[in-house]
Design a protein around this ligand. Structure first.
Ligand code: NAP
Length: 263
């Protein structure tokens, strides 16, 4: 029997876990596509390719040239461009596709969240002289805060910026720290206290890896400006890697017996 060729658009733990399970199966070949924006990403099992496809047309060409039989979009909930491209390209190439979208975080009693729709709104929502504001938005979003010279910012990025990296205008008072999740509540609490953080800006990414800062904020009574997700792409959506496996079983005929429960 021919082996099924499955393309995962990676960038999340769900994509990583799905690649592990598919790679362990004799009946399929899995290729994970990484954007190539992180210097030392965690490398998933199976084949890996890096870098953009060149828009929708480039992805259509790739799907056809590589004879891909199913596409799993496991990119981050805020990677809206890639997800849109994936949905359009899959429809054009007539490749069955599914999007993994983990659940959003929900505010719990004790949380002081201020929901906004965009990063621009987040920057406007910060009160005047807000005090030290912890930005966990990703480095590409920092320019939205460039006009807020009344605020001192602390921004966490995965690694140091590249020498030629241009992030656009940046806030005047900005300190970088570098660290990679998953994060623990105790260390997040310590960080917030050590830097005297008064506000946090976060994307509503969902998932466990970046949630600790929100637990620490709840404990310390800190307000959080929470940027809501962009609209999900058209097409079928599942909530995690195991649900994506079930979808692959139904749509590509993979035998996933014994694979469904291991997390
Ligand atoms: P984006 O704005 O949606 O995508 C911009 C372009 O980057 C896409 O059009 C595509 O280029 C390329 N690209 C993105 N993901 C790719 C992938 N998995 N494989 C190949 N090319 C990819 O994405 P983003 O927000 O910059 O995120 C980039 C990557 O980081 C994504 O893979 C995402 O899962 C991961 N990530 C993002 C966030 C976030 O907050 N945005 C957080 C954690 C991880 P072409 O048009 O040339 O194909």
């Amino acid at each position: 029997m021919a082996r099924a060729r499955i393309l995962i658009l990676g960038g999340t733990g769900d994509g990583f876990r799905l690649a592990e399970r598919l790679h362990a199966m004799a009946e399929c070949d899995v290729i994970t596509s990484m954007a190539g924006v992180t210097a030392a990403p965690k490398v998933p099992a199976g084949a890996v390719r890096r870098g953009g496809f060149g828009g929708v047309d480039g992805l259509v060409n790739y799907l056809q040239a590589e004879r891909i039989e199913a596409l799993v979009d496991a990119t981050h909930p805020f990677a809206a461009q890639m997800s849109r491209n994936a949905a359009l390209a899959a429809a054009q190439a007539q490749v069955p596709a599914v999007h993994i979208s983990r659940s959003s975080w929900e505010a719990l009693p004790g949380d002081d969240w201020h929901n906004v729709a965009t990063m621009t709104e987040a920057a406007a929502k910060l009160p005047s002289n807000a005090g030290t504001t912890f930005l966990t938005t990703g480095k590409t979003q920092l320019h939205h805060f460039a006009q807020r010279n009344d605020v001192t910012f602390l921004a966490r990025t995965v690694g140091p910026l590249g020498e030629d990296e241009d992030l656009g205008p940046l806030p005047e008072k900005l300190t970088f720290i570098h660290d990679k999740g998953p994060f623990e509540v105790a260390s997040e609490r310590k960080l917030l206290q050590d830097y005297g953080v008064a506000w946090i800006v976060s994307k509503n990414s969902g998932g466990p890896a970046a949630y600790a800062k929100l637990e620490a904020a709840r404990e310390l009574g800190l307000p959080v400006i929470m940027v809501q997700r962009p609209s999900p792409p058209n097409g079928h959506c599942v909530c995690d890697a195991i649900a994506a496996l079930r979808w692959l079983a139904a749509n590509v005929g993979l035998n996933i017996r014994g694979m469904e429960t291991a997390r």
